[in-house]
Write a protein that binds this ligand. Structure first.
Ligand code: FMN
Ligand code: SF4
Ligand code: SF4
Length: 338
């Protein structure tokens, strides 16, 4: 068995390692490879006739671009492939709420089947949500609880797959996955650029360079002696959760300002300059989205420059929820396999 994983903050990697452990218990040779470190030209030689598993987090109801690009570049083959994901689970009482897969499995299966592969499984795992741009980080007991729940689920599904049985557990969610598909396309083509531009480094940053080194898609570069997030960013959350100075923030204040300013500017444009009705609707939508993103970019550049000013640099983080202690940072559980 060969497992390829893409992982921002360690959840998908943990699933890959658990599977490898279960396979080895059954005397099945199993190797794990990180997608970000694997040369696609080596895939054929690595896989030969092995069962292939691909594990990746869900970002915006789809696999992130880095994982999808890897799948798209797969060589032709006829191996059996099982697709797995880690989604954002939250804990309410003793219940772990399920995340949403969206189009991830269908799109990847379509790409792989066209290359000749046989899809033998679609299995989601509700690991702790790491999306701390939009909610406070889960605390350690919660993370540990969700990890423990998943460990036995991984074992159950893994056994089924290793016994050669198909496992399409995610089929029971087909209705919500189809309903959410327009949002997944919206996130892929527009939303992720918005989130990519929501990060900045506060004055706590000491330019250690760890975030730049660790980014799986090389999305951070130095501009004006400060880390700067380019639109390549996949919002995988690795940098924000691993910065030793907790200096990486989500610019909630900037987003709120940009949204208000953009709607004011757009309504002014709509009312006065563009009294003509742009048709069809999707061209109007694309046009104004373009203006919105251009404004976001300008505001972001401006914020990046303003952060260089000592006084303003102190003030800006107060408008970022990530700056406050209660928000925290996500750390995956230090897990010891039973
Ligand atoms: C930008 C972003 C988008 C996300 N979108 C979804 C989503 O659409 N559905 C979901 O269930 N979880 C979503 N999540 C949660 C992650 O998929 C989940 O926490 C996953 O376990 C992280 O895995 P990793 O640690 O391997 O990166 C999102 C997380 C991030 C950072
Ligand atoms: S990891 Fe944190 S402190 Fe280091 S360069 Fe990045 S933002 Fe600055
Ligand atoms: S910049 Fe940060 S959040 Fe974006 S892809 Fe790189 S490590 Fe992930």
């Amino acid at each position: 068995m060969v497992i390829f994983y893409f992982s921002g903050t360690g959840n998908a990697k943990q699933i890959a390692l658990w599977i490898a452990g279960f396979a080895q218990k059954k005397q099945i040779d199993c190797q794990t490879f990180s997608i970000e470190k694997t040369d696609i030209n080596d895939v054929k030689a690595l896989c030969t006739d092995a069962l292939i598993a691909i594990v990746s987090p869900i970002h915006g109801f789809n696999f992130p671009k880095r994982a999808l690009d890897f799948i798209s570049l797969f060589p032709k083959g006829s191996n059996n492939v099982v697709l797995m994901n880690t989604r954002g689970g939250l804990k309410i009482g003793r219940l772990v709420t399920p995340g949403l897969t969206g189009v991830a499995f269908y799109l990847s299966s379509y790409i792989l089947m066209r290359k000749g592969y046989q899809i033998v499984g679609h299995i989601p795992f509700d690991m702790p949500s790491n999306w701390i741009s939009i909610h406070p980080a889960l605390n350690q007991p919660t993370v540990k609880y969700i990890y423990e729940k998943n460990y036995s689920r991984v074992e159950k599904h893994c056994n089924k797959i290793l016994e050669g049985k198909p496992d399409f557990f995610s089929n029971r969610e087909i209705i919500q996955d189809v309903l959410i598909s327009p949002v997944s396309l919206g996130y892929y083509f527009a939303g992720k650029y918005f989130f990519a531009k929501s990060f900045y480094a506060s004055e706590e940053c000491d330019n250690c360079g760890i975030c730049i080194k660790q980014c799986p898609v090389k999305a951070i570069k130095i501009v004006n002696d400060r880390p700067f997030w380019t639109s390549r960013c996949e919002s995988c959350m690795r940098c924000m959760n691993s910065c030793p100075k907790k200096a990486i923030e989500t610019a909630h204040g900037l987003i709120a300002t940009t949204s208000v300013m953009s709607s004011l500017i757009l309504s002014w444009l709509l009312g006065d300059i563009l009294a003509i009705n742009i048709q069809p609707g999707f061209i109007r939508f694309s046009f104004f989205s373009l203006i919105f993103f251009a404004l976001l970019w300008i505001f972001y550049k401006l914020q990046h420059l303003l952060l260089r000013n000592k006084l303003i640099g102190k003030f800006i983080p107060y408008a970022s929820l990530t700056h406050y202690k209660f928000w925290g940072r996500y750390k995956n559980a230090t897990w010891h396999s039973k």
